[in-house]
Design a protein around this ligand. Structure first.
Ligand code: SAH
Ligand code: SF4
Ligand code: F3S
Length: 475
């Protein structure tokens, strides 16, 4: 194998190529005839739902090219590591796993290893993978995912390593998708982000915002519903700004209203929203919808206006509460969840107290909280007054215990109510129990009565914990 890395520049923005797929398929058929079984592919996913959705495309393409699915990496002839770069920890984990795959290559010299996703979209990481991970065969950024067939063809026929950088403004339609679940699905409606929150790497690794055509989205959602899918989440880094740059005049509220007209027994969700772009009209469409779940993920990040400004979030806490209050007025049963960053550079005790105060006022059903992690190339990484780790951890502890109290108070009155739950099968933690999600996306546990994953059940709640509800099936 050549150690001479190749950096692809000015790669063409051609659509997904069936022809190249067929060429790889032919090579794989030859291998299959030689070895008596088809080559297998293992996809490992880090990061957010966007990456989960991308991994379903990676697997879809691999299977289109004759790979079977490998359950474990040691059984694979192709390993794709779909990485995340949002915090340092995510990158460290991905690199450490890639390191562990070295010995698999020693056992199976035919094995190909590809690294893709957000970490792979950074120049310095590509260099690092090229230099220090010689057993990695190809690296590709997020926007060129649909070119996997090309990279595989190169790797299989010449065994040359390829380092493929991103392209702006690329959307590939027609990429095959193999979804993990038959009844829950993610549908990407847009890619990239234009917001440049000062802590965040996403705009650098996923490029500028670009929306899929509404017809394509509607076609995909209709097909999913026809195939029996019951819970569909529309994905984008900021779905509230959907539609910009499209020839058709359409915004997110329009898209949602359009998809809500589809007949069938399914729930429609979306994530993530940005408070600066969440509109009353969107809330009205949700409130008047038939399929749109009363659940809203609206990242706050901080309860201090000074910190929000330095984060470049472009809203104030007052503005945030305005849209939040409107949501609750129109949909009293809505569940609102949020993201909070603790220990952003310059966050004073008073700033942090303001976040706690905001939590008490906003009363989220759940929060995802993160200790600030400096990301190379982002403005916040260069800001003065980085907060020491101990102070960050102490604040995180306080935040979590306050949130636990709040969540407990919110869930307690749900005892005695009947929730319509989409069953996900056996609970991972409690033997003899099943779990599922209700409309508000709350986790619900109930006794195993043979209900299958993907079935709707009505559960009467008899116990409420901060992070889950427990109950029994009723007719
Ligand atoms: N586009 C979405 C999600 C972005 S990443 C949004 O705008 O909400 C998901 C969450 O990770 C963010 O909401 C933020 O809370 C957190 N996050 C992003 N960058 C981070 C960083 N450098 N350190 C810690 N948390 C971060
Ligand atoms: Fe990151 Fe902000 Fe874009 Fe979300 S909106 S992906 S936090 S830059
Ligand atoms: Fe991570 Fe990329 Fe998502 S950085 S959080 S996988 S958009």
């Amino acid at each position: 194998m050549s150690d001479q890395g190749k950096t692809m520049k000015n790669a063409s923005a051609e659509p997904f190529s069936e022809e190249i797929c067929d060429a790889v398929l032919a090579l794989n058929r030859e291998r299959e005839a030689r070895r008596g079984h088809s080559p297998r592919c293992f996809v490992l996913t880090f990061g957010c739902q966007q990456n989960v959705a991308d991994s379903e495309k990676l697997l879809g393409m691999a299977m289109r090219m004759g790979y079977a699915r490998a359950e474990t990496p040691d059984k694979a002839d192709l390993i794709l590591v779909n990485t995340c770069a949002v915090r340092e920890h995510a990158e460290d984990r991905a690199l450490s796993i890639v390191g562990q795959y070295k010995h698999l290559k020693e056992k199976n010299p035919d094995l190909l290893i590809g690294v893709c996703g957000c970490m792979a979209a950074q120049q310095h990481r590509r260099e690092q993978l090229k230099k220090s991970y010689p057993y990695v065969d190809f690296v590709m950024g997020t926007s060129v995912l649909h070119r996997l067939p090309e990279l595989l063809l190169a790797a299989l026929s010449t065994r040359k390593r390829t380092f493929c950088s991103d392209e702006e403004n690329v959307i590939a339609e027609g990429v095959p998708i193999v979804r993990d679940s038959a009844y829950r699905a993610f549908v990407s409606i847009m890619y990239g982000c234009n917001n440049f929150c000062t802590y965040c790497i996403v705009p650098y690794v996923r490029g500028r915002e670009r929306s899929r055509a509404p017809d394509e989205i509607e076609r995909e959602v209709r097909q999913l519903v026809a195939d029996g899918c019951k819970d569909i989440t529309l994905l984008g880094q900021n779905v509230n700004s959907y539609g910009k740059g499209l020839s058709e005049k359409v915004d997110f509220a329009d898209l949602l209203a359009r998809l809500d007209k589809i007949e069938g027994d399914f729930r429609l969700r979306f994530m993530t929203s940005h408070p600066k772009d969440a509109t009353r009209r969107l809330v009205d469409v949700m409130a008047g919808g038939r399929h749109i779940a009363h659940a809203f993920h609206l990242p706050l990040q901080s309860g201090s206006d000074a910190v929000l400004e330095r984060m470049n979030r472009r809203y104030t806490t007052a503005k945030y509460l305005e849209i939040l209050d409107y949501m609750r007025e129109k949909m009293p049963d809505i569940a609102v969840t949020s993201d909070i960053i603790v220990g952003f550079p310059g966050e004073s005790e008073a700033d942090f107290e303001a976040t706690l105060k905001m939590l008490s006022r906003a009363r989220f059903d759940m929060i995802f909280s993160f200790i600030y992690s400096p990301r190379r190339g982002t403005p916040a990484a260069e800001m003065p007054d980085q907060i020491p780790r101990e102070a960050q951890s102490a604040r995180m502890g306080k935040l979590l215990s306050l949130q636990e109290e709040i969540a407990k108070e919110i869930n307690l009155p749900l005892v005695g109510t009947v929730r319509r739950v989409l069953c996900d099968g056996a609970s991972k933690t409690d033997a003899g129990m099943l779990s599922g999600r209700d409309e508000q996306n709350k986790l619900v546990f109930f006794a195993d009565d043979g209900t299958s994953a993907g079935e709707w059940v009505n559960i009467k709640i008899d116990r409420a914990a901060p992070f889950a509800l427990y109950g029994e099936k009723v007719r």
